[in-house]
Design a protein around this ligand. Structure first.
Ligand SMILES: [Zn+2]
Ligand SMILES: [Zn+2]
Length: 302
């Protein structure tokens, strides 16, 4: 049977999760930071188009992690809006045009819905629904894997572009998503635009992805193209920034604070920052073994 090559058709799926938290991006705009949402989306579009250009079989999805909703920006079922959609320039690849117009259309719809909501809500939460967006990405990967024709193989990875702070209240959902990704062989990469994220450090470390807190906002496009465009399999051949130290703190189940030392339920492994006689997760009652009896015995002996 020599001479017969059965090369599998390989396609690579890149899912980008963009943190569109209006509170964080709003702060950046007030501070007149060079990092604006539109700059970020421009860089993201270039990365997305480059990924599609690397191979004809490559696939792309972009998900927005917002404060109250996670939604697909690309591919989307809604048609591009005529006020944002521009006709393809001469010679522009139609797919590139469709990526750009859909991203912008969906983002504008999202921001407009936000504006309408601000009138009702005085204060918006500053958290992004990252865990929800990750679950949507994992479901999408699962679906594409199922739809993948025989003889084709699909590798998937998730890139998270995040600016806002960590949200320990999503700790459980977040870690569940991370372990699911690990089981599905999905690599999670993180590109951090602001303060370090302990949760994403753990996610990248567990799934074998790259974690990078970009030192300069102006260089976002360079970092995206040099660090996050290559497939994880070819990264070992490249000189990439050294691995970040991982902050392995866990969030307590009672207050969702990140703690270094805490109490662990011996039955269900729930974590608590202070001792409680009943585990609130599995309802196990713990007997308090006090030192009083021993002390009394010692006193009685002499
Ligand atoms: Zn606590
Ligand atoms: Zn328990």
């Amino acid at each position: 049977m020599d001479g017969i090559k059965t090369d599998k058709l390989e396609s690579s799926l890149l899912i980008v999760i963009l943190d569109t938290n209006p509170v964080w991006w709003g702060k950046k705009k007030i501070a007149q930071d060079p990092m604006t949402l539109s700059h970020c989306v421009d860089c993201l579009t270039v990365l997305a188009n480059s990924h599609l250009m690397v191979s004809h079989n490559n696939k792309l999805a972009v998900i927005a992690a917002h404060t109250d909703i996670s939604t697909f920006l690309y591919p989307s079922s809604q048609p591009a809006r005529p006020d944002i959609f521009k006709l393809p320039d001469d010679g522009q690849y139609e797919v590139f045009n469709s990526v750009e117009s859909q991203l912008r259309t969906q983002l504008k719809t999202l921001i407009e819905a936000d504006k309408a909501q601000v009138d009702y809500m005085e204060e918006q939460s500053s958290d992004s629904l990252l865990a929800g967006a990750m679950c949507m990405a994992l479901c999408y990967i699962h679906r594409l894997e199922k739809e993948c024709p025989i003889g084709e193989s699909l590798t998937a990875r998730i890139l998270i572009l995040k600016g806002s702070d960590d949200c320990p209240s999503q700790y459980m959902n977040f870690m569940n998503a991370v372990f699911t990704a690990q089981k599905q062989n999905v690599v999670i990469d993180a590109c951090i635009l602001d303060s370090e994220s302990g949760l994403l450090q753990q996610a990248c470390d567990i799934t074998g992805g790259t974690y990078l807190n970009i030192p300069q906002a102006q260089g976002l496009l360079q970092y995206l193209l040099w660090v996050f465009l290559p497939d994880p399999s070819s990264r070992s051949k490249m000189a990439l920034p050294p691995r970040a130290q991982v902050d392995y703190r866990a969030a307590c189940f009672c207050h969702r604070n990140l703690i270094e030392i805490g109490y662990v339920c011996s039955v269900c492994l729930s974590i608590y920052c202070s001792f409680s006689p009943i585990c609130s997760t599995c309802q196990t009652t713990f007997k308090i073994i006090g030192p009083q009896k021993l002390v009394k015995k010692k006193i009685k002996k002499p």
